[in-house]
Design a protein around this ligand. Sequence first.
Ligand code: GLU
Length: 400
Amino acid sequence: MAFLSDTLARVKPSPTIAVTNKARELAAAGKDVIGLGAGEPDFDTPQNIKDAAKRAIDAGKTKYTAVDGIPELKAAICAKFERENGLKYTPAQVSVGTGGKQILYNALMATLNPGDEVIIPAPYWVSYPDMVLLAGGTPVPVVAGIETQFKLTPAQLEAAITPKTKWFIFNSPSNPTGAGYTRAELKALCDVLMRHPHVWIMSDDMYEHLVFDDFEFTTPAQIEPGLYDRTLTCNGVSKSYAMTGWRIGYAAGPVALIKAMGTIQSQSTSNPCSIAQYAAVEALNGPQDFLKTNRVTFQRRRDLVVEMLNRAPGLNCPVPEGAFYVYPDISGCIGKVSAGGTKITDDEVFATALLEEVGVAVVFGSAFGVSPNFRVSYATSDEVLREACGRIIRFCEGLK
Ligand code: GLU
């Protein structure tokens, strides 16, 4: 349509949101559909956080706030970085946005010029490349496949860096694979980055608290203080505190970048929701035992899902270190024909057939840049997961 901008021709709607919406619509229409598409915790937001929001409403905290966050929240974020990551930031180094998504978007909009390259390890979260494109930059996906447990090697990072590289986007534990880099693995990547002072690091730490077994979460600015001055450490309350709908994300980094991000935000959405900001203060400053209980629940679900999916003929499901996703490989299903008569030519066809034939919604791997795979979000009850995985097993057993 001639009316639409050229920018729009470069991007597509978010596939994770599309699958989530489709599953929701089918369920509302009375179809027996299990949605494993949405990347959001099924738990309710903890009561102390909800109460803080109610108090904020009653106290009239319902007006515009400072564009990039109220002082109380910035202070809580500084305290969180120091407490949990050993990182010292001042409030002037902190920006709060409407979800982690807006934070990343602001940073890219504030820094990218045409021709600037952004290195994105694949599988990647669906929105990274499209946000880079919206901001006029060039995404440079680098495939880190199942053979390296979906983790980028230092040699791959080194080879991808050019004089035009502006950012390296790092996400551990990862959406969509759940892969988490150990301290040593991250240090090795940081060593590469230390040799290339023109490359900035955007670390998306959204899944920080969702790590299992004895996995230790680490973030680049903490592992290599030499990178502190060119790292944007991004996080949010959505996944850790079951607050996806409240839309509060944040980041800390160099003051000049934070200021530029504020300029972009001041001309788009102004401040994040005032009430949600007060709720986020309570999330970060209040009791943290919720995180531990969550972790235990998610680890149990991970084990259940991995065990069941590996029973499905043609699937190979690695055990991830964190997040609430698994990313099984479906190479063994390609070329077969489903019980419903669909020839499985790729992962998108697989996901569509899975939805139509057994009523399980997952996100196809090509959306995340590595195929043939699909992403399961296991942020739902054990009972539902057991039923859904049972259906996936049945579907795979039916492939001839
Ligand atoms: N981050 C979640 C996901 O990957 C939420 C949806 C989205 O923003 O992509 O499913």
